[in-house]
Design a protein around this ligand. Structure first.
Ligand code: FES
Length: 338
């Protein structure tokens, strides 16, 4: 058992517990989502005492300098003193500017904030609603816009996504934190061949990255693969076909599983099968290792999908440093009292 202090109160961690686990078990009001060091909704401030390795991993320099710590990554050390953070220190006011349903289960939101954010497609933000519930969402639009575009899938029993999908209205006030993450396009990649692979609403950031690359005058090939459960979930099919018609170096590949083959008949240019298999068959990366063009892979979607994509790309000769990933890490909190 290790004793540490949170807002001056005595906390006792059990073996193997993180600071966050202890705070939750002892009934403190703390925010959290992924519990994996990714979302940064669980930040607390370090006051005194030894910090365990990794407590600040993944934080920006300015957060580190200001003594923020991820409670889920921090192992309690004897005598460690931490304090809660003020919402206004980390969040800025924001508002839902518009809301558009893209399919039966996906809504597009445009969010405006009180300050201009230097965001890019492929990063993510945290949104906090009136009761303190906070969730991370991937950014789907390029840096030129003042608004942040999000594609939100209504998750079965997902508290925040269901609220955004069904109840939150235009003008709704929120708080916003971020942007975070590095899964972005850079003009340094202008001659690289890009393979962009998304599952579900991972398409939002992937589509944004493609548009960002095209706008930046990308010269290499861009292949975008969207893996969907069925044809109804190919929610940007027409727009992506149009983008393909307008740009010679951009190709869109819709992918749905063999069990949904029937539904695909009504749409043009839909592949049947796994997006990784289709991507590998279409563009065998290993064969290109000796050519001048470099291959770069972007992966966005659920954690299992991203992990599988990384393994597939690696086995096909893409080094890790040329993979850019945005994994929708979250913890199912439905059985955990908040
Ligand atoms: S970073 Fe700690 S809960 Fe996500």
């Amino acid at each position: 058992m290790t004793r540490f202090f949170y807002d001056g109160q005595n906390c006792e961690s059990l073996n193997g517990e993180s600071v966050l686990d202890t705070l939750i078990r002892e009934g403190h009001q703390v925010n959290y989502s992924c519990k994996k060091g990714a979302c940064k909704t669980c930040l607390v401030k370090h006051v005194e005492g030894e910090l365990s390795t990794g407590s600040q991993r993944g934080l920006t320099l300015s957060l580190k300098r200001n003594h923020y710590v991820c409670a889920c990554q921090c192992e309690p050390t004897p005598g460690l003193k931490l304090k809660s953070v003020l919402v206004q220190d980390l969040f800025i006011p924001a508002q839902i500017h518009s809301k558009e349903y893209l399919s039966d289960s996906v809504v597009k939101l445009l969010i405006t904030s009180s300050e201009k954010l230097n965001h890019c497609a492929g990063q993510y933000i945290n949104l906090r609603r009136f009761d303190g519930l906070t969730r991370s969402y991937a950014i789907a639009n390029d840096p030129c816009s003042n608004e942040i575009e999000l594609h939100v899938r209504r998750k079965y029993n997902g508290q925040f996504s269901d609220w955004l999908f069904n109840h939150a209205s235009v003008g709704e006030s929120l708080l916003l934190q971020g942007p975070w993450g590095h899964c972005c396009y850079s003009s340094a990649y202008v001659d690289d061949d890009l393979t962009l692979i998304a599952s579900g609403t991972g398409l939002g950031p992937i589509y944004g990255i493609a548009k960002d690359a095209i706008k930046s005058g990308h010269r290499g090939e861009i292949n975008l693969y969207h893996g969907a459960k069925n044809s109804n979930e190919l929610y940007q099919h027409a727009n992506l076909l149009q983008l393909m018609l307008e740009n010679r170096n951009f190709t869109y590949h819709a992918c749905i599983p063999p069990s949904q083959k029937e539904g695909a008949l009504k749409l043009s240019r839909v592949h049947i099968g796994d997006p990784f298999d289709i991507a590998t068959a279409h563009k065998p990366i290993k064969e290109e290792l000796n050519s001048k063009s470099r291959h770069r892979v972007y992966l966005c979607g659920e954690p299992d999908f991203v992990t599988r994509g990384q393994a597939s790309a690696f086995l096909n000769g893409v080094p890790l440093k040329r993979m850019h990933v945005l994994s929708f890490e979250y913890k199912d909190l439905r059985t955990v009292p908040r």
